[in-house]
Design a protein. Sequence first.
Length: 295
Amino acid sequence: MILSVASGKGGTGKTLVATNLSLALSSKTRVQLLDCDVEEPNDNLFLRLPISYSQFVYIPIPSIDEAKCTYCGKCSEVCAYNAIAVLPQKVLVFPELCHGCGACSYLCPEEAIVEEGKPVGVVEKGKRDNLELVQGLLNVGETMAPPVIRAVKKYVDVGREVIIDVSPGTSCPVVEAIEGSDFCLLVTEPTPFGLNDLALAVEVVRKMDIPCGVVINRAGMEEGETERYCREQGLPILLRIPLDREIAALYSRGIPLVEGMLQWREVFYELFEKISAMVDGGRNSGDGIKEEHQE
Ligand code: SF4
Ligand code: SF4
C-alpha cells in the first residue's frame, strides 16, 4: 500500500504521524518512508538513519546555439513559464523560471536549442533494519520542488509498505507527492486555521479521487468544529492525538512518540491496520472507500 500523510497547513504534526507510523509498522514489516517535504525534509531528525546514498537531481535547461537561431520567437511563444525571451538579435533564458519541460527545444524549427542539466536538489537514502528512508532536499533558493519529488518517488519499493510525507499546503508539490497513493491521511489541528486548510486539502484529495481520513493532533476532550466538519463531510477520524505536555516535550527533543511512550506503538500500528482494511474494502467493492467508515 502507498499511504501519503498530508496536511493543508504546516505545523499540524504531519512529521510526527509519518515518522511514528513508519517506526511502529517497521517493527512488524518492511517499510519505506519517502520524505517528499523537500523544502524542509526533517523526518530523519527523528529516525536518525545513517545516509548511505546520495544523488543530484537535475532539470534540463535550454541553451541557445546563436549560430543556428533565426530569432523566430517560437520558443518564447511556447514557454508557459516566461522563462525564455527573444529579442531582435538575442535569446535570453531565465533558468530560475524554467521548469525543464523541454517544449522549447522540441519545437525549435532550427534545432538551435540544446539542454543542459541544472542541479536543483539531492535524493538521499538511508536504512536500518526493516525501515528504509528516501528523502529529497531542494537546493536553497530553488522553487522547483516537483522534479525533486518525482526523483524521490522513482525509488518507491512496492515490496514494502510505503509512507509518503507530503509538504504542507495544497499546491503542485502536494499533488505531485500524493498522486498514485492508495490512501491519504490528512493531519489537522482543532483550530479555525487548521479547519480552513483541512477543507482545502480535502477538496484537492477528493478531486484526485484518493480516499482519505483524518488525524486530529492536539485534540481536546470535546467535539469541536473540526469533528463536526468531518462528520458532515463523511470523513473518518482515524486517530486523535491529545494536547499533552509529555508528547510535546518528546517531539521538541526529537524523540519519536513510539519510543518515548511505548503504548503509542500499538496505537500507530492499529491506525495502519484500520487504513489497510479500508483500502482493501474499497478495492473489493470496486467502489473506493465508503463514508460509513467514520468512527
Ligand atoms: S525557436 Fe529556435 S530559432 Fe526560434 S528563436 Fe527560439 S532558439 Fe531561435
Ligand atoms: S524548458 Fe520549458 S519551461 Fe524551460 S524555457 Fe523551455 S519551454 Fe520554458
